[in-house]
Every structure is written in structure tokens, then in C-alpha cells.
Design a protein around this ligand. Structure first.
Ligand code: UN1
Length: 485
């Protein structure tokens, strides 16, 4: 059988794990096994499902160090951020476990006497999950735990860049007591993902990744029958900085937001929309800090910025910087691809990059770079700054730095994004609020929070008439229609 290797992006010759390249037949088998296990799981009371999910949190917490090291080795995330990734999965398991004893539907008063009206949730059946490499434990967890609580079986297709993280997550869930077969994983490149998207046995598909792949997957899924398809795609997240902002706070936020995870988060801060009165000072300070960031092995606790995931990504990122400079941006720092980072043989790193004088219409101001590149745009008027923030095709996350509460809330109201921060960068969402975006970032669903379960369950409205006679909604207890105008 053909196999593929996942490797350490810091040292691509170092193989982390070897997995089979799976295809259609493997997906068929995985769906069949998950469907079989799901029939029994759907009959398990929700609080009991929740207890097993709670146990997943316990096992993940016991393994946090080991899993974090694996995330650092396979996805190239620096150790503290790898720890955050695993912690997000633990948090999600705990949150979802708690939901197992919370409201499951709603009860509303009926307009008729002796009648009940309420909703309940039904499982979808088998759900397909396609997940990216950049949060290789957290994002599977965001999807897997709500889907399990809702009573579904699961087939998970993780990114080919982080299969070992997904496999370790699946193993932890199995050891926590998840019934055999309920959570299946299939490995490989695009093939199993495409088969999953169009599979007749899969009732819902949840995808996180790039816009072109997400669109292709969604179109294929919709063409092949009724399927709930939820998409979590890109971002072009902006931080507005007003002239009254605490600049120490802004510098810390911009550095973490733009260069954390080497800029490879869908929530990364990629635009700084700054008031001209403070722009020069702020750029100087951000550039000063950016130049002190240490590139290195993610496993070394003194490393600030790890490698980007592949050589091809690194080339794409520096290509975007070159285009930006060609379009008139100033290169204040960074912009170079580095393959000479000590201890990181042939790993591809991109230096933290700050581009100045960026025009809202230029490509780097509009297109997702997915790398450590911060584009600075100068805008004086707050409403104009908000219009710039809203002018791109994405609406995932945004932030405003100001000490003026009126300005802050004015922006919160008008920014068109799924997540808005005040005096904090665009990254760092917590799992108990919904996560997702507007416009091309997604298709209206949200992950996490109380409503994270919605993409994985069907609502059923139930009416129970205990009056013993026919009661007609909208008709009885109303004045009769006479026929006269
Ligand atoms: C992603 O970038 O794909 O808010 C997810 C954050 C993290 C999740 C990011 N909690 O940055």
C-alpha cells in the first residue's frame, strides 16, 4: 500500500510518522463502521455521552505535554502555542461535557389549549470532518466533541501535514472510553476528503481550510444530495489603532497577533489600520520588536517564531511580499525566506515582515497571506478605518485599540466580522463563544459555544395535543373570515 510521511517542518528530513495513502474504498469502510457504531450511540442518554467526552478531557490533559511536543514537531508550532492548541481541545471537551446536562431544546407556549410545543435534537448519522494542520488537535476537537454529543458517528480526514496529531487525538478519545468504531480517521491527500464530501452515507460535512478547497468541497457535497455543509475558511483580520491607544499594549498585541504561529492562523492579524498621528512611532516599535524575535526549533523554549509548514508555503509568502513591494509598499523589516536557521536543517522560515504605506486596494491588503506578514495602512477617520476593515471578502476577526469606550463600541457595532476584540489582537478566541465569520469566511455556521452543536444535529419541532379534539392552529379562537371584503 502507498504511504506518505509527515515531517518536522523545522527539519523536513526528519520523518514524524508514516501513514497509508487512503482512498474511496477506505472511506466506504470507515463510513460503514461509524454508521454501525452510531446506531448504538444514538440510544445512549446524552448525559452519558457527555461523561465519556468529559473523560476525553481527562486523558488529553494527562497527555498535554506529550501531545504538545507532537504538535510542535509535526506542525512547527512553538511549544507554548502547541500547548495552547492542546488546551483548546481539553477546554472544548469540558465545555461540551457540561452541555450534556444543559438545555437541549426549547419549550414555547402553544396558541391552543392543552397543547405542548417544544424542540428536540436528533443526530444526523455519520458526519465527515475535514481539518487543517494549523490547529491539529484543537480543530478536530471543536468538531468531534459537539458531533459526538449530538449522537453522531464520525469520519475525520485530517490534513496530510499533521496526521500524527489527529491519530494521537483519536487514540486519546478511544482510551477515554469512546465506543469502538464511532470515531474513524482516514488519511491521505485530497482523495479521501473528496469521497467523504460526496458520500451518500455522510449526512453532514464540516470543513476548515482554504477558500478554494472549501468551495470545491461544498459544491461537490451539495451536488450529491442533501447534506449539511459548514465551512470555516480564510481571514484578512485587521487591528484598528486609534491615536489614543496604549501603544505598549498595541505593540504586544500586534507582535503576538501577526507573528504568533508564524502568521498561520485563520485569525492572524494581517492588517494594521493605524491613525497617521501615531503611525511612525508605532511602526518603529513594532519593527524593533519584530527584529528581536528568534527564529528556531519550535521545541526549543527560547524560540519565538517557528518554520512555516512547507517550502512551497514559504515561497508563496515571500512571493506575496514581493508583489506588495511591487505595488508600492515599503518593506520595513523581514521579507526573506531563511533556510539557514541554526539546528533547523532545510526548514523554511519567513522572517517577521512589516509592510508600510499599504493601499487598501493592493493585493496584500485584500488577500490572505497565511504567513508572518503585517500590512500597515494609515487611515485617519474612524468610520473610514472601519470601512477599510470591512472592504475585504473575509469577515473572521477584527480588533480596535482605543481608550475611548464610545469609539470602541462604535467600532464593535459597525465592524462586519464574526469576532471582534477591544484592546486585544485578532487571535485568541475562547471556546465558550461562537467561532466563525461573515461573508466568504464561512457559510453562516459557527463552531464552539452553545451553538457549535447546530451543524451536527437536526432540530425537530414537536407538538402534542392532549385536548382530545381537533384543534386548528391559526384558525380556532380567531374571528371567522366572512367572505365579505
Ligand atoms: C485558526 O486559526 O484556524 O482564536 C483557529 C484563535 C484560536 C483559534 C484559531 N483560538 O486564534
Amino acid at each position: 500500500m502507498a504511504t506518505f510521511d509527515s515531517c518536522n517542518p523545522a527539519r523536513p528530513a526528519e520523518v514524524v510518522a508514516t501513514f497509508p495513502v487512503q482512498g474511496g474504498g477506505d472511506v466506504d469502510a470507515a463510513v460503514a463502521v461509524a454508521a454501525d457504531a452510531q446506531r448504538a450511540w444514538a440510544a445512549v442518554p446524552v448525559p452519558e455521552r457527555a461523561e465519556i467526552i468529559g473523560q476525553c478531557a481527562v486523558v488529553l490533559a494527562q497527555r498535554k505535554s506529550e501531545l504538545s511536543r507532537l504538535v510542535a514537531r509535526e506542525a512547527g508550532k512553538v511549544l507554548v502555542e502547541a500547548g495552547g492548541d492542546v488546551q483548546e481541545a481539553i477546554d472544548m471537551a469540558r465545555f461540551v461535557a457540561g452541555q450534556g446536562r444543559a438545555a437541549w431544546g426549547e419549550t414555547v407556549p402553544s396558541e391552543l389549549r392543552d397543547k405542548l410545543a417544544w424542540t428536540t435534537r436528533q443526530p444526523i448519522g455519520v458526519v465527515g470532518l475535514i481539518t487543517p494542520w494549523n490547529f491539529p488537535v484543537a480543530i478536530p476537537a471543536w468538531k468531534v466533541f459537539p458531533a459526538l454529543l449530538a449522537g453522531n458517528g464520525i469520519v475525520l480526514k485530517p490534513s496530510e501535514h499533521a496526521p500524527a496529531c489527529a491519530a494521537a487525538f483519536v487514540t486519546a478519545c478511544a482510551e477515554a472510553g469512546l465506543p469502538r468504531g464511532l470515531l474513524q480517521a482516514v488519511y491521505g491527500y485530497a482523495d479521501p476528503a473528496v469521497v467523504l464530501a460526496v458520500h451518500q452515507g455522510v449526512g453532514a460535512l464540516s470543513f476548515t481550510g482554504s477558500v478554494p478547497t472549501g468551495r470545491a468541497v461544498a459544491v461537490a457535497a451539495m451536488e450529491h444530495g442533501p447534506k449539511v455543509v459548514s465551512l470555516e475558511l480564510g481571514g484578512k483580520n485587521a487591528m484598528i489603532v486609534r491615536d489614543d491607544a496604549d501603544l505598549d499594549l498595541v505593540v504586544d498585541g500586534a507582535i503576538f497577533g501577526a507573528f504568533g504561529t508564524a502568521g498561520q492562523r485563520c485569525t492572524s492579524t494581517s492588517r494594521l489600520v493605524v491613525h497617521p498621528a501615531i503611525a511612525d512611532e508605532l511602526i518603529d516599535r513594532i519593527v524593533g520588536r519584530a527584529q528581536t524575535l528568534r527564529l528556531g526549533d519550535p521545541l526549543d523554549p527560547s524560540t519565538d517564531v517557528g518554520p512555516v509548514i512547507t517550502a512551497a508555503s514559504a515561497e508563496r509568502i515571500v512571493g506575496a511580499v514581493e508583489v506588495a513591494v511591487g505595488e508600492g509598499a515599503g518593506l520595513a523589516c523581514g521579507g526573506r525566506l531563511r533556510r539557514d536557521v541554526p539546528g533547523c536543517d532545510q526548514g523554511s522560515f519567513v522572517e517577521p515582515t512589516v509592510l508600510t504605506g499599504v493601499k487598501p486596494a493592493s493585493r496584500v491588503a485584500r488577500e490572505e497571506v497565511f504567513g508572518p506578514v503585517l500590512a500597515v495602512l494609515e487611515v485617519e477617520d474612524l468610520d473610514e478605518a472601519i470601512a477599510v476593515v470591512n472592504s475585504v471578502e473575509y469577515g473572521l476577526s477584527a480588533s480596535i485599540y482605543t481608550r475611548d469606550v464610545n469609539r470602541a463600541l462604535h467600532a464593535v457595532d459597525r465592524i462586519d466580522a464574526g469576532i471582534v476584540y477591544v484592546n486585544a489582537p485578532t487571535i485568541g478566541a475562547e471556546i465558550s463563544l461562537p467561532f466563525g465569520g461573515t461573508r466568504h469566511t464561512g457559510n453562516g455556521f459557527r463552531e464552539a459555544g452553545q451553538r457549535g452543536i447546530e451543524q451536527f444535529s437536526q432540530l425537530k419541532s414537536v407538538y402534542i395535543d392532549y385536548s382530545g379534539r381537533l384543534q386548528r392552529a391559526q384558525i380556532d379562537n380567531r374571528a371567522p373570515v366572512t367572505g365579505e371584503a
